[in-house]
Design a binder for this molecule. Structure first.
Ligand SMILES: [Zn+2]
Length: 476
């Protein structure tokens, strides 16, 4: 399915051929830095990764490359603004990665990346250091072969995407003056099942909560006290059972009130996607697939309908053998994926009140709001999106599909709401990339062809005036 670059630019092609080994070595080098944003012990690695990227940006010929301090991990910024009549594109990727647990399920060390069967294996290979690296290498190739870029670029590389993006909104706000652009390209998504090139047109939002159920100040002897007090673990189980009906419908009052129902056209488009349910089940490795809600297909439930999931439960005795206690407390992390126009903060209040209302007597129940993010819908008719589709077709040899993602990128909606910029989500990862899981991989043909796609796209956008890119002109 994947073909080689059809670009007529011989110098560019020769450069890519000549630098293939160095490119791979540089990719490996970036992956070796354990930039896990969620764990404070890796804070020095975050700085190391940010500095590594800045050094690369400097070497390539980008300007104003800077490790920008925030209250958390740094943001990396750079720009190149010497194409006066061409549009300005802001490219967003993130250089932080997810923690590696469960470490024993990795076949090799997560930060000792290697190539196997045409794939890069290692934490961050796909999400999102691989994609960030593609943008570096695309810029490098164009600057090295032509001495200039076909358009104006601003790179914004975040270091906290995998841990709630706490500081990027503030950074965007205070740096608005240097973020003027015509559109944002986010490279943190991937291809459709079967590794079909895709442009993502929606993301789900998020509400993340923690439920804390507390009984006695200490664990109690279950012989002496069993039968006279409420057990916090049993109470938590009762609460969790009440969150969803047997058919998957979320029972929190008002949960679906603000959900924008998909149009018949949207549902038709989703039904046309070449989705192989059996292959998908095989990849996921479950005994059966279960649609989350009655009346909606698997693909709809996985992308355009809201969900509620328990992410973890703990409390009481979990060691070897038996220990007869009534635990003093029990806890659960519960998250909801949200769709337009659900509001996470409003839903948190409804969720908290509902949890309290269904909690059994004899325990105290607290519900914490650990963070919210808004959902995003983008316009596939946007000229940048159309140009991205043309570039994918030209390099991968097939028309891309437009897909809705079930995932969330907390800052994605902010580019629209805070900077007023249209967003296009162009990502290149293979759907079986094991992002966030052990043995993460990136198909190298996606990486290699993808970076040619990026060059092609920038060339295409470079022929549009700034206004066209923003307002809907076309060069086709
Ligand atoms: Zn990511």
């Amino acid at each position: 399915m994947i073909t080689t670059d059809t670009s007529a630019d011989a110098a560019l092609k020769a450069f890519f051929d000549r630098t293939a080994d160095a490119r791979l070595e540089s990719y490996l080098e970036l992956l070796r830095i354990p930039s896990v944003s969620a764990l404070s012990e890796h804070a020095p690695d975050m700085v190391r990764a940010a500095r590594w990227i800045v050094a690369e940006l400097d070497r390539i010929g980008l300007e104003h490359a800077e490790v920008c301090e925030t209250a958390g991990h740094p943001v990396v910024y750079a720009d190149w603004l010497h194409a006066p009549d061409a549009p300005t594109i802001l490219v967003y990727c993130h250089y932080d990665v997810q923690p590696v647990d469960p470490i024993d399920l990795w076949e090799t060390a997560p930060f000792d990346p290697f190539v196997r069967d045409g794939r890069m294996v290692g934490r961050g290979a796909a999400d999102d250091k691989g994609q960030l690296h593609m943008h570096l290498k695309a810029a490098e190739a164009l600057l090295a072969t032509r001495g200039k870029l076909p358009l104006n670029l601003r790179f914004v590389f975040e270091g906290e995407e995998e841990s709630t993006s706490a500081n990027l909104p503030g950074w965007l706000k205070s740096n608005r003056h240097r973020l003027a652009a015509d559109a944002v390209i986010i490279s943190d998504t991937g291809f459709f099942e079967g590794n079909i090139p895709a442009i993502t047109t929606s993301l789900r939002g998020m509400l993340y909560t923690q439920i804390d159920v507390v009984g006695a100040p200490v664990d109690l002897h279950s012989g002496s006290f069993g039968g006279t007090v409420q057990n916090p673990a049993n109470a938590l189980a009762r609460i969790i059972t009440e969150l969803k009906a047997a058919d998957g419908t979320v029972r929190v009052p008002g949960f679906y009130d603000d959900v924008v129902a998909p149009t018949a056209e949207e549902r038709y488009e989703i039904s046309c996607l070449p989705f192989d349910e059996a292959a998908y089940q095989e990849i996921v490795g479950v005994p059966a697939l279960v649609a989350g809600e009655p009346g909606y297909s698997l693909l709809e439930c996985g992308a355009i309908r809201p969900t509620l999931d328990v992410n973890g439960i703990w409390g009481g005795f979990t060691g070897e053998g038996s220990k007869t206690i009534i635990p003093a407390h029990a806890h659960a992390k519960v998250s909801c994926r949200l769709v337009p126009d659900q509001d996470g903060d409003k839903l948190y209040v409804a969720f908290r009140d509902y949890v309290r209302s269904v909690a059994p007597k004899g325990v105290t129940v607290e519900v914490q709001n650990l963070g919210t993010a808004k959902a995003l819908r983008t316009d596939p008719a946007n000229p940048v999106s159309k140009a991205a589709a043309r570039a994918l077709k030209a390099t991968f040899g097939v028309d891309p599909v437009f897909i809705r993602s079930g995932g969330s990128i907390p800052v994605a909606p902010l580019f629209e709401s805070m900077l007023g910029l249209p967003v296009v989500m162009l990502g290149f990862t293979n759907p079986d990339d094991n992002a966030h899981a052990p043995n993460e991989t990136m198909v190298l043909l996606n990486y290699e062809t993808g970076l040619r796609t990026i060059c092609r796209l920038w060339d295409d956008l470079g022929t549009m005036s700034s206004l066209e890119a923003r307002m809907g002109g076309t060069t086709a």
